[in-house]
Design a protein around this ligand. Sequence first.
Ligand code: PLP
Length: 391
Amino acid sequence: MLTTISGFDRIGEENAFAVLARATELGARGRDIINLGIGQPDFATPPHIVEAAVKALRDGHHGYTPATGIAPLREAVAADLLKRAGAEVSPENVIIVPGGKVTMFAAIAMFGEPGAEILYPDPGFPIYRSMIEFTGATPVPVPIREENAFAFSADELLGLITAKTRLVIVNSPANPCGGVTPRSEMDTLVAGLQRHPHVAILSDEIYGQMTYDGEEHVSLLTFPEIRDRLILLDGWSKTYAMTGWRLGYSVWPDALYDKVRKLAVNAWSCVNAPAQYAGLAALTGPQDAVGEMVAEFDARRKLVVDGLNAIPDVSCIMPKGAFYAFPNIAATGWKAKALASALLEEVGVALIGGPDFGTLGEGYVRVSYANSRENIARALERMEDFLAMET
Ligand code: PLP
């Protein structure tokens, strides 16, 4: 019998991948499946970005790059953060990584160990908890509540910090609930963190450019008080429809940068070179495609929320960011995961049960609106008919 270190017995999953596999399998068997489960834009990467990768290959960019990424790309990230968020960042604090998840892994691995506590949002992206458990640290959920428009409460979060807390993970705009944490809460959080100088912060801002109705995205990078212990997670996956390119970046404080650089040298050497040139074209080229994609998500968001609220026993608040709705289905009498599974198997609608995002996810499902308006309308109709039949 082979034995592995105990962390591997605790490692979790992202059920969205299992749902995608099942939906694909059913589709291959000829079923008409509408996928509202997937957490990736249904748009193609804009052509000028694809062309930049092709050109990079033709120009001979076939070898290793610096482990932290090519200098022009790190400079472009710094310039973009200044332009978008008004945050002064040195390219020397930026590292290019193979996707946002890698930043998550690096930050959690840096602070997680038995005896340590790490705060994370619940419901939240499932990999936070999985990685915390992998390290042997204790996961401490920060409740994300519908009553609070799915934003976290800074006071509640601060109240969970102990002498053992090493890292706090925050995510706004948020997956899976679509909440956007307002400036007032961010102010309270930053002020409160002054009392806990031993705590590092991982701010997952991967949906930072996806807010609606003029809702402001407040980047934690703009608070100088915490810059010496803030890790920013961001990247290209969602903003530029580049999930399959495996390209992301993070900003690290001086004290941690060399540690993550060494992790890169040990674990992935560098991100593939043509993808980095594509990322450069994305940041420095026209941004129209981003605006168009967000406008389309906005229209679908209203369609989804109106449609869900028209279904008896289902209620859904208007999400302020990302591309997910998180309807409350408790009044239908269904358990969330059973409903998600029945909808896929019986009527071909894929979505994700709330408990896949944490213990507070029971009573909810996540509906991704990364699908066409037509398909969204068809899926809502199927859901309504199914629930009318079953209840
Ligand atoms: N953070 C959040 C909140 C996400 O929802 C996702 C992807 O779904 C990621 C990070 C990971 O992004 P990437 O595909 O760049 O690894």
